[in-house]
Design a binder for this molecule. Structure first.
Ligand code: NDP
Ligand code: HSE
Length: 436
């Protein structure tokens, strides 16, 4: 059978990893796919570098449109990134009747709906396993492996950079800045790390997972997003004293009221598996009604781990390209006509537990006034920690863990607590999940 011909757009970290792994494991991959998969063309701005990475049977060009227009190319793999030129190229590839593979979570979060609609019209596949959690086959698990289940919630460590930073801040007592610089030096962070540290990259990925889990359009614009830039080392230490670690979680939860979609730093029990996912590793927990809890762990970034997901998509397309489009796995797991328009809840409607740190005057009655106000809003306390104050200090620190409550109740309580004359510093509030 004639080989499946692939055109790569961009041969940077993931592109070169894909080229390398596909060549190295060609025999195994062909035994599985039933057909040889050949990267026949590569487009990259730096053609000299690109030529040094590929062999002579691969044509290198500088204009990605040449790859898309080439009649021999069956699958276009977009590995440029961003949602400018990448969007244009993906849409052009679909219009030309090519199947598309992409690792570009930002592109799908912003334009997934248009891309899938165009692909549906043209009867081509758009595969995106690498867009969430790099090498972990979480899209496959959610879209196919868990298809019998009603998915209740997903909670993931889906950004390696921030997980690395939080691990170093806890283990080595590093400052945020020190840890960020190390993440950049190790190549985990994006060139502009804003998307990583502000939680936007994790929000792209959580939105894609939410769409597949609940059969909704990718709800990125409605996600609540909070990064890790405001986190202070002392909160990581206090959390640890109370038996918790702080992780940046992407949470998508189906509740009676609607969908919670939130990305924020979160206390998780130190003994939980997810708390022990350290360094740049990723993990996704899925709670589903029939199977219960499942956990997916692995490398969320890097050339070869991400290539593993890209090539799995190439094999899927090779196996399925001749199937009737109606018999293929739907892009977002649910048949297009069965997608729902479920409400994404505003953040004040979510239900969660909290860690609070209050800098207060070290006086009689302070604790009673704080706990009294929490009780006024039916917020129940789970644990407390008070730091012994030094002889001459007139302030102390109160750390309170609460049980779950509605975020709007917590907001109202905190407004009143902050107004107390004895609460002398801005209150720190971090959400907490037991994940059970
Ligand atoms: P890189 O920046 O390493 O590679 C991108 C490549 O695309 C570069 O070689 C760049 O060339 C080239 N390029 C830029 N513009 C064009 C263009 N118009 N035409 C052709 N080539 C172009 O990115 P990554 O490989 O790290 O990431 C690729 C995608 O994979 C992104 O969407 C990213 O979010 C995603 N991803 C990355 C992971 C990782 O671990 N790196 C993990 C999971 C997903 P030049 O350098 O000359 O500008
Ligand atoms: N910058 C991303 C991360 C790369 O740190 O997880 C993988 O998407």
């Amino acid at each position: 059978m004639k080989p499946m011909k692939v055109g790569l757009l961009g041969i940077g970290t993931v592109g070169s990893g894909t080229y390398e792994v596909l060549n190295r494991n060609q025999e195994e991959i062909e035994r599985r796919a039933g057909r040889h998969i050949h990267i026949a063309m590569v487009a990259d701005l730096d053609t000299t570098r690109a030529k040094s990475l590929v062999s002579s049977d691969c044509v290198v060009v500088s204009d990605a449109k040449e790859v898309i227009a080439h009649p021999d190319i069956d699958i276009v793999v977009e590995l440029i990134g961003g949602y400018g030129i990448a969007f244009e190229l993906v849409m052009a590839a679909i219009e030309s009747g090519k199947h598309v593979v992409t690792a570009n979570k930002a592109l799908l979060a912003m334009h997934g709906t248009e891309i899938f609609e165009a692909a549906h019209r043209k009867g081509v596949m758009v595969a995106f396993e690498a867009s969430v959690a790099g090498g972990i086959p979480i899209i496959k698990a959610l879209r196919e492996g868990l298809t019998a289940n009603r998915i209740e919630w997903i909670a993931g460590i889906i950004n390696g950079t921030t997980n690395f930073i939080l691990s170093q801040m806890r283990e080595k007592n590093w400052s945020f800045q020190q840890a960020l610089e190390a993440a950049q030096a190790l190549g985990y962070a994006e060139a502009d790390p804003t998307f990583d540290i502000e939680g936007i990259d994790a929000a792209h990925k959580a939105s894609i997972m939410a769409a597949i889990a609940f059969g909704i359009q990718i709800p990125f614009q409605k996600a609540y997003v909070e990064g890790i830039t405001q986190l202070q080392s002392q909160d990581i230490r206090f959390a640890e004293q109370l038996g918790y670690r702080i992780k940046l979680l992407g949470i998508a939860k189906q509740t009676q009221a609607g969908i919670e979609l939130r990305i924020h730093p979160c206390l998780v029990p130190s003994k939980s598996i997810i708390a022990n996912v350290e360094g740049a590793m990723n993990a996704v927990m899925v709670q589903a009604d029939a199977v219960g809890t499942t956990l997916y762990y692995g490398k969320g970034a890097g050339g070869e781990p991400t290539a593993s997901a890209i090539i799995a998509d190439l094999v899927d397309i090779t196996r399925l390209h001749s199937a009737d489009p109606l018999n293929r796995v739907p892009f977002l797991a649910y048949q297009p006509q069965s997608m729902r328009d479920l409400a994404i809840l505003p953040v004040d409607q979510i239900v969660t537990a909290y860690y609070l740190r209050l800098g207060v005057a070290d006086q009689a009655g302070v604790l009673a006034s704080v706990t009294g106000l929490l009780a006024e809003f039916s917020i129940s306390i789970d644990a407390m920690l008070q730091q012994p104050s030094h002889a001459k200090e007139e302030r102390t620190e109160l750390i309170i863990l609460t049980h779950q409550c509605l975020e709007s109740s917590m907001n109202a309580a905190l407004k009143k607590i902050q107004a107390l004359p004895t609460v002398i510093e801005p209150i720190v509030r971090i959400r907490k999940e037991e994940l059970i």
